[in-house]
Design a protein around this ligand. Structure first.
Ligand code: GAL
Length: 434
């Protein structure tokens, strides 16, 4: 068994890589303690988990599940090897490096579907189908989530949550004090934004240092213009990007940009969310990890912050899913299996999602003590049209979403919608897999 010091230094080297490559901020890397657990140190097994959960809410959620795991398994130490920034791309770079170098994390966070399955394509993933059979997960995890992670009847990921991307968050006091209602159409959105701007309040908080959060903004406008079926077709590569609906969504995106904070290119999503906390900005369009973030700042749902789904003609739930993957060649298989089992358990999913802002992937977890927001999301998940999210990594191959991020960054700073549409049409080859 490696000593803890050596273990930490290996993780430290791995963590330095993205810091050097991307100049991103440090993470919340820590070893969960088993002090007082009575475990004999010489019997301990060490594992690590790689994710990009480092902001308020998401980091608390991960720690909660690791704490619960340690209480149940004091003989297994789990290193939190989270890597900050890049909308996950920094963590994914570390993952690629570690897999290539024969130093895989015990388990890792990915987004369900193409984002996770690219590691299966490179033959780096263990199938978890046996765990599904043993722990009865097929009966409690919705088919949509199972299918996302299935190839040739083998399931490669464990879905742990369901996030929603298409939400406008707002500082309730700011809207109330200005006699404003949360917008239900984009016309209303811009009327509200104009009123806020006139009062010197930033209407829309944005942090697109990672262009993924700009992509999310445009995706929500596309949902409105194309509807659930239309947007799904867009991601197959079979339809033209140069349509009046896509052009209208781009127009909405470009207009939204004119109501954002000037420093948006320097901020990440959690920095933008801080503007909602402080009341410097009124609204933000972001996945519902934002509600976990607001809770970590002691903001009360429906008192300090409110939410409404982004405008659309249908009731749509734009799904983002986090799934756990288990690389091939991981040491301490029995202990890793226990960790995966815990992430898949009612107890693990309950603790994790309560702080994360997501709802559990398992359908048998009682959410009646979750936040008001999460309870409403759980209800909406049951009676909305489910659309897999582009920005959530589940709708298209990773190469396409990465290209989309690059192109939207050009759109943001060059404002050339024609070039954007043309480049998207060229990128359809990625969607069609050739
Ligand atoms: C998403 C991920 C969420 C959340 C968010 C911000 O990609 O699915 O779990 O953590 O990034 O970090």
């Amino acid at each position: 068994m490696k000593s803890i010091n050596k273990f930490n230094s290996i993780i430290g080297i791995v963590l330095l890589l993205p810091l050097v490559l991307f100049g991103c901020s440090s993470n919340t890397n820590s070893v969960s303690s088993n002090e007082g657990s009575g475990a004999d140190a010489s019997q301990q097994v060490e594992l690590d988990i790689l994710s990009w959960w480092t902001a308020g809410g998401e980091a608390d959620a991960l720690n909660a599940v690791l704490d619960g795991f340690h209480a149940a398994h004091p003989d297994i130490l789990v290193e939190n090897a989270a890597v900050a920034g890049g909308a996950g791309s920094n963590a994914q770079t570390v993952l690629a490096t570690r897999l290539a170098g024969g130093d895989p994390p015990a388990i890792f966070q990915a987004q369900g579907g193409p984002d996770l399955l690219r590691w299966q394509e490179s033959d780096s993933l263990e199938a978890l189908t046996g765990f599904y059979d043993e722990f009865g997960w097929k009966d409690v995890i919705p088919e949509t989530l199972l299918q996302m992670n299935t190839v040739d009847n083998e399931i490669y990921g464990l879905p742990i949550n369901v996030h929603r991307n298409n939400v406008i968050w707002y500082n309730k006091k700011v809207l109330d004090e200005n006699g404003l209602q949360p917008p239900t159409t984009y016309d209303e959105f811009f009327t509200t934004a104009e009123a806020l701007k006139a009062k010197g309040i930033t209407p829309l908080a944005l942090g697109d240092k990672n262009p993924r959060w700009a992509t999310l903004l445009l995706e929500t406008a596309l949902l409105d213009q194309l509807g659930a079926d239309g947007i799904a077709k867009l991601w197959t590569g079979d339809v033209d990007f140069d349509t009046p609906e896509v052009r209208a969504a781009i127009g909405i995106y470009q207009k939204m940009l004119t109501y954002t904070n000037e420093n948006h290119s320097a901020l990440d999503w959690q920095d933008a969310a801080e503007l909602i906390v402080s009341g410097d900005a009124a609204m933000m369009i972001m996945g519902d990890w934002a509600s976990g973030f607001f809770a970590s700042k002691n903001m009360e749902p429906n008192v300090d912050y409110g939410w409404i789904t982004t405008p659309s003609k249908e009731k749509i739930f734009n799904v983002v899913n986090d799934s756990m993957g288990m690389p091939k060649g991981v040491a301490n298989q029995e202990a890793v299996k226990k960790l995966v089992e815990y992430f898949g358990s009612v107890e693990g999913q309950k603790a994790f999602n309560k702080l994360k802002g997501s709802i559990p992937a398992r359908t048998d977890v009682d959410v009646s003590d979750y936040s008001l927001y999460s309870q409403s999301a759980a209800q909406d998940f049951k009676d909305s049209k489910i659309v897999l999210s582009l920005a959530g990594g589940s709708a298209t191959p990773a190469a396409f979403i990465n290209k989309f991020d690059e192109l939207i960054n050009m759109l943001t700073y060059q404002q050339d919608a024609d070039a954007f549409v043309q480049a998207l049409n060229e990128a359809k080859t990625i969607l069609k897999g050739n």
